[in-house]
Design a protein around this ligand. Structure first.
Ligand code: G6P
Ligand code: ZN
Length: 538
């Protein structure tokens, strides 16, 4: 079995974003396309000779074929060992854990996260570094630079490996270790949470539903919730991963996981429900009759984490992305711990976690996580909630009300305008930036463009979104999505704080209506984009 080099010419646009390279599946399936990107990645990290790599993906269409290609290339490039999830499956947080637990040099994760899967949908590949987190910009820049000059890739001419059973085998000189994707992850969860207390809660009739959305968390949730924690069979819905996610959109939000939301809103609904996305890093939390916003979820988890074994010593700090509501800051202030406001994107939490400055992190885009791995972690968030519910012996609704009565409530919603003409969107943002330099309209205290200086390495990121601070304490944030695929997506993040003594039980959209109007008066967004209403409201 000798390594061969095949010639390849550079493909345009192989520029990894925050979450790696994401393209239509058919783009990835072009001859040489995946190979050119994988070889560029290997070259950009100084080669993989004698290195240990973790490889796995969310099981979407082309996952199985792509893994075989990557394995052959890793072997031909001299990797010492490849640790691969059985059947090519690894959730993103489980891959992050494996990289850390096994001291691997890095990992390749095959996923397009919450985007639909299928031959006409999306595919993706990202490289994570030895700390288990997404590659920092310097690395992704180097990968991109290499994709523009690449002339060939190395591979082995050999048949596919059978990945269907855990075992250790060889491919050329490379040891290939096929591991059960769940075992190490479940063991990590057992070190963090009081499984006994959660088991007792469930045994007492507390009804839970977890929607795996036909994606990768199915096997994880079935093992942990049903087998180890004793939840009744059927607790996990849509638990068998399929290549097209049951033709669904594996994004855990009130729109794409509507059946689950309808379930908890019903009289006879479960006490607690949750969902995760395609690759298992996002989460949505629901209780009987309530949807918990990701921003509130972070705040509640921060306020109660000390009740859980893995966080009993308290938190070092809490970090949130800038557009995430300031609810978590209020908790941090009360706890006397640091609160960080970072740009959107999980990678910005990496330094804070590595340096031990932050323990919990969260984003309004349904991501929550901690220093146990270097990715956000959907199932972990579910277990943390369950452990807190077991400790406090209250319903989700009671916990939310208690939280608001203690800290006040940050009414919060995100309004998205999708597929907006790029020029119109850019002009709208530029005008808003311009406004900040002029006298401000009445009722507005400040407008700024968010810049972030990383407190650990001092690096600066400019233009991370416009913040509008209102005199009554409300805030609006406008930014352009970095993950949209068609035109521009304008995201308007709205939040209004109400003190503990104020009205805590209003409907969110009603509570935010005056703020929506104030943003319209300021930006004329609807008029300029010709839209009557947002496409999505979270
Ligand atoms: C991905 C990243 C998240 C980030 C989100 C923002 O999901 O993993 O960390 O919050 O993108 O997406 P946006 O479309 O708002 O740029
Ligand atoms: Zn994801």
């Amino acid at each position: 079995m000798t390594a061969v080099t095949h010639a390849v010419t550079p493909f345009e646009g192989q520029k990894p974003g925050t979450s790696g390279l994401r393209k239509k599946t058919r783009v990835f399936m072009q001859p040489g396309y995946l190979e050119a990107f994988v070889q560029s990645t290997f070259d950009a990290i100084g080669g993989v000779a004698d290195k240990v790599l973790v490889i796995g993906g969310d099981g979407r269409y082309f996952n199985a074929e792509a893994i075989q290609t990557i394995l052959r290339m890793a072997a031909a490039n001299g990797a010492k060992r490849a640790i691969v999830g059985q059947n090519g499956l690894l959730s993103t947080p489980a891959a992050s854990n494996l990289i850390r637990a096994r001291g691997a040099d890095g990992g390749l994760i095959l996923s397009a996260s919450h985007n639909p899967g299928g031959i006409d949908e999306d595919f993706g590949l990202k490289y994570n570094t030895a700390n288990g987190g997404p590659a920092p910009e310097a690395v992704t820049e180097a990968i991109f630079a290499r994709t523009q000059t690449i002339t060939g890739y190395r591979t082995l001419e050999t048949a596919d490996l059978d990945l269907s059973e855990p075992c250790t085998t060889e491919l050329g000189e490379t040891v290939v270790e096929i591991v059960d994707p769940v075992t190490d992850y479940a063991a990590l969860m057992e070190t963090l949470f009081d499984f006994g207390a959660i088991r007792d809660l469930l045994a007492g009739g507390f009804a839970v539903k977890f929607d795996a959305m036909h994606a990768v968390t199915g096997p994880y949730a079935t093992e942990i919730l049903e087998r180890r924690l004793g939840a009744p069979e059927g607790t996990v819905l849509n638990g068998t991963p399929s290549v097209d996610f049951g033709k669904g959109h594996p994004d855990p939000n009130p729109i794409w996981a509507k059946p689950l939301v309808d379930m908890v809103m019903a009289e006879d609904g479960p006490d607690f429900a949750a969902a995760s996305d395609g690759d298992g890093d996002r989460n949505m939390i629901l209780g009987k009759g309530v949807y918990v916003t990701p921003s509130d979820s972070l705040a509640v988890l921060a306020a109660n984490a000390h009740l859980v074994p893995g966080y009993a010593r308290g938190l070092a700090g809490v970090a949130r992305s800038m557009p995430t509501s300031r609810a978590a800051d209020r908790v941090a202030q009360k706890l006397g711990i640091e609160a960080f406001e970072t740009p959107t994107g999980w990678k910005f939490f990496g330094n804070l976690l590595d340096a031990g400055r932050a323990t919990l992190c969260g984003e309004e885009s349904a991501g929550t996580g901690s220093d146990h791995v270097r990715e956000k972690d959907g199932l972990w968030a579910v277990l943390l909630w369950l452990n807190i519910l077991a400790a406090r012996k209250m319903s989700v609704k009671e916990i939310m009300l208690d939280h608001w009565q203690t800290y006040g409530r940050d009414y919060y919603s995100r309004h998205d305008y999708e597929a907006v003409d790029t020029e119109i969107a850019n002009a709208l943002m530029a005008d808003l930036k311009d406004r900040s330099a002029h006298p401000l309209p009445e009722g507005i205290e400040d407008i700024d463009s968010f810049s972030y200086t990383d407190p650990v390495d001092g690096s600066v990121s400019h233009n991370q979104g416009m913040r509008v601070f209102f005199a009554d304490g409300a805030r609006a944030v406008l930014r352009l999505s970095g993950t949209g695929t068609q035109g521009a997506t304008i995201r308007v993040y709205l939040e209004r704080y109400v003190a503990p003594s104020g009205a805590l039980k209003e409907d969110t959209q009603v509570a935010l209506a005056p703020l929506v109007q104030a943003v319209e008066d300021l930006t004329r967004l609807k008029a300029r984009t010709g839209r009557a209403a947002p496409d999505v409201m979270t």
